[in-house]
Design a protein around this ligand. Structure first.
Ligand code: SF4
Length: 284
């Protein structure tokens, strides 16, 4: 007998929903090919659904046909991409999440005001790379997982910080705690997105109440992986993309099953998991 608790915040955030809407509207309005540079969101199912609707994901601008439409995904892109796309005769539609745009603008403002720009986040993440490009590469990226390597020589006296929108608050706090004693002045913009904060605190609450946690969403989604990390630090947690990955043995002896999902997971994917649980485990 098990009880299923589904997180109220689970699933698409405002930025992802907006980007998808823009993509589908563009497809309807445009006659020519529609491309997205990089996956619109980090969810393979959504990406393949978009392909079926005629919205092609590309990883190189040169593979787009002249006259086509290029969508910029919610993670944003650096100014060079906008320029190159125009040069190649593509019409650019910008679906960058407004919160990511704000992060880019704040980084530019810090640079303009003479601060050394620091971006706290994963240097490999496209959002972080786009922020760095928006200040022409003049930024130091600090990965919260590698802060023990930082020293005074890495910094100028005036440092301005922005943060990848999907970072955990404690990661940003940790970086600030290390950097602050090394410098004279710190200007901090906490650009962690509220949607992320809400999902992460709900993941803590769910893990507290549950015996096992299922986190649904793309394995390549940073915000989904963070939810799984939170769960794993507290109870047995499984990050799954589909019901095919579920192993019924996980639920042996477990009474309360928590289900949550990242900001890039569509409702249909969450419902499939919940329906599987309802069909295969007896609910209280
Ligand atoms: S998580 Fe926040 S910043 Fe990222 S796309 Fe969603 S709303 Fe925008």
């Amino acid at each position: 007998m098990g009880k299923i608790i589904v997180g109220k915040q689970a699933g698409f955030c405002f930025g992802v929903e907006r980007a998808l809407k823009i993509a589908l509207e563009s497809r309807e309005k445009q006659k020519g090919p529609v491309y997205i540079l990089g996956s619109l969101i980090h969810n393979p199912r959504v990406v393949s659904d978009l392909e079926k609707r005629g919205i092609k994901t590309i990883h190189d601008l040169n593979s787009a046909e002249r006259g086509g439409v290029l969508l910029i995904r919610s993670h944003g892109a650096g100014p060079q991409i906008f320029k190159e796309a125009e040069k190649l005769g593509l019409k650019v539609i910008d679906a960058t999440c407004p919160f990511v745009k704000q992060e880019q603008n704040l980084a530019k403002e810090l640079l303009r005001d003479g601060y050394q720009v620091v971006v706290v986040g994963d240097p490999e993440h496209p959002e972080v790379q786009a922020v760095v490009e928006s200040v022409s590469g003049c930024a130091l990226v600090i990965n919260p997982l590698n802060i023990e390597l930082l020293n005074k020589e890495d910094f100028r006296p005036k440092v301005g910080v922005v943060c990848q929108t999907t970072q955990k608050q404690e990661n940003l706090n940790r970086v600030v705690g290390v950097v602050l004693p090394l410098i004279k002045e710190l200007k901090l913009y906490n650009t962690i997105c509220n949607a992320t904060v809400q999902r992460q605190s709900e993941a803590y609450e769910l893990a507290e109440k549950s015996d096992i946690l299922l986190v649904v969403g793309g394995k390549n989604s940073a915000n989904t992986r963070k939810l799984a990390e939170i769960g794993t630090s507290m109870i047995p947690t499984y990050h799954i993309e589909s019901i095919e990955e579920i192993n019924p043995h996980w639920f042996r002896g477990k009474e309360i099953i928590g289900v949550t999902a990242g900001a890039s997971t569509p409702q249909v994917q969450i419902s499939e998991v919940v329906n599987w649980l309802k069909a295969n485990l007896q609910e209280v």
